[in-house]
Write a protein that binds this ligand. Sequence first.
Ligand SMILES: [Zn+2]
Length: 141
Amino acid sequence: MSLDLGNLDELYYKLLERAYKIVTPKIQRRQEIPKLKVVVMPKRTIIQNFKEISERLNRDPTHIAKFFLKELAVPGHIEGNQFVIYAERSPRILEAVYERYIKFYVICPVCNSIDTILERQGRIYVLKCTACGATTPRKAI
Ligand SMILES: [Zn+2]
């Protein structure tokens, strides 16, 4: 039996090509998540594009706000398109909180898609992925 290396090469490139097709859209999707626009003022920190973020992530703005306030342990409220936090916090800290929210309540842990739905089921939430169909239980805030 002889090994046809020509065919193996072809197979390898086909697999590589397929892997690229699977991986690339996910990376592009991740870039669709808007960055926070933060303004730090004396005793106030404002996320200016809060409404845009909640719309893009397809999440209830009050749910995102609740997560931020709990993580930061400070009060705040939603005001029109903005989210006002009653404390001075650096954009870097807010970005870290935002990342945690996305990781926990937006991204599907099975396929990394951001096309998910968050449903309340009694005392917990269920993250449902519209891409792969996975359902993941999540703690309420
Ligand atoms: Zn998924």
